[in-house]
Design a binder for this molecule. Structure first.
Ligand code: PBG
Length: 409
């Protein structure tokens, strides 16, 4: 049998301990890894007849240890994982997950005015003027390497209705914004939001019946009209965020029937009924409105968005979306749902996206502003974790900042 030569250091240790091992008399199958290794080293020491005192002299100055450090024999470890974390060079060499701005999608809020209006609960984000601030911001994003955006329009109250027809107005704010973005930046990848909540007086993603039930199939009918109107405006990727049953298949059919076979669908596949959407609903003034005795309005979206306590349901949703023709499947929120991202990644060959939502952004902002976290480090770590869990694409309000931080590194 061939053994690799033992190091002088290991041999020196064996001089102290070699006599202990051969006599321990345990059955071979349960001899510990360390003691088998020690036996091996002892054998090669003998075979080579090495005198450890003949180690070649070195001119390197040994590093000093703090006074008082205990002097102990080194542990007999064949495997020391820290060797692979020794220096930034080896850490970079072994790094599995690397962030790149090409994976980011930047969500932008637009309104039908000129000025940018800061969103109080999302410091650093604004409702952008669709002809002015939106274009400037996208230019800035592209300069940093972010070439994908998703557009969320803030609809004025007077254009909202119980049935949300404004969502498919060919001249609506969303449609105009999409169109202007594609005219200005033809290679920009423009994603849209499909759901009724920004246009619905009751603040739900679907139409609400008087008993508080959110109507599925009637809503899907309008979602298809919304999707087609966005495709006509030039959208690249239609993203239904509404969680109605059957909407991916219906939208696929509607797009194909109009000739939009090249327009993709990114489905919000596993969208949870999350408290982390609060700041977003502020930004669009789209939170569920109070109901009345006469017309009940559910106070949250639990009857269509998924229960945060549930895991297996995400696989059911994923199987349906894939069968219905989704091109990308999304998990939302991201940071608290990394197990769901991993589950989808392991159960489909479609690309997976994850949405680091408004509440995740605002938490990072608030903790950083208070001096509790170092913003850049905490944000990049959150984005690494989302990608490591399996996200190919990440929607994040930090897209532009993160891309700039990556450029500086
Ligand atoms: C609405 C929609 C929501 C988000 C994206 N699309 C809010 C909701 O479901 O109530 C949340 C995004 C965020 O919080 O950043 N269809």
């Amino acid at each position: 049998m061939h053994h690799r030569p033992a190091s002088a250091h290991a041999l020196a240790k064996l001089k102290m301990s070699v006599f202990v091992f051969p006599t321990c008399g345990v059955a071979p199958s349960i001899v510990s890894c360390n003691s088998r290794r020690a036996q091996r080293l002892a054998a090669s020491a003998k075979a080579l007849d090495v005198d450890v005192n003949l180690a070649p002299p070195t001119t390197r100055i040994a590093p000093r240890v703090p006074e008082g450090a205990p002097v102990v024999p080194p542990q007999d470890l064949a495997s020391r994982p820290r060797r692979n974390r020794r220096s930034s060079t080896v850490r970079e060499a072994f790094r599995e997950t690397i962030l790149t701005p090409s994976n980011f999608i930047y969500p932008i809020f637009v309104h039908d005015g000129e000025d940018d209006i800061p969103i109080e609960s999302m410091p650093g984000q604004s409702r952008l003027g669709w002809k002015t601030g939106m274009i400037d911001k996208v230019r800035e994003a592209r300069a940093a390497g972010v070439n994908q955006v998703v557009v969320f329009p803030k609809t004025p109250d007077n254009l909202k209705s119980e049935t949300a027809e404004e969502c498919f107005n060919p001249n609506g704010l969303a449609q105009r914004s999409i169109s202007l973005l594609k005219d200005t930046f033809p290679d920009l990848e423009v994603y849209t939001d499909v759901a009724l909540d920004p246009y619905n007086t009751m603040g739900h993603d679907g139409m609400v019946r008087s008993d508080g039930v959110v109507m599925n199939d009637e809503t899907v009918y309008y979602l298809c009209k919304q999707a087609v109107s966005q495709a006509r405006a030039g959208a690249d990727v239609i993203s239904p965020s509404d969680m109605m049953d059957g909407r991916v298949g219906a939208i696929r059919e509607a797009l194909d029937a109009e000739g939009f076979t090249n327009v993709a669908i990114m489905s919000y596949t596993a969208k949870y009924n999350s408290a982390y959407y609060g700041p977003f609903r502020d930004a669009l003034a789209s939170a569920p409105r109070p109901g009345s005795e006469d017309w009940k309005i559910p106070k949250d979206k639990a009857e269509y968005q998924m229960d945060p306590a549930n895991f297996r349901e995400c696989l059911r949703e994923a199987a349906l979306d894939e069968a219905e023709g989704a091109d990308i499947m999304m998990v939302k929120p991201a940071g608290a749902y990394l197990d769901i991202i991993r589950a989808l990644k392991d159960n489909t060959t479609l690309p997976i996206s994850a949405y680091q939502v408004s509440g995740e952004y605002s938490m990072l902002k608030a903790a950083s502003a208070a001096g509790y976290l170092t913003e850049k480090d905490a944000v990049l770590e959150s984005l690494i974790a989302i990608k490591r869990a399996g996200a190919d694409l990440t929607l994040t309000y930090y897209a532009v900042d993160a891309a700039k931080w990556l450029q500086e590194m």
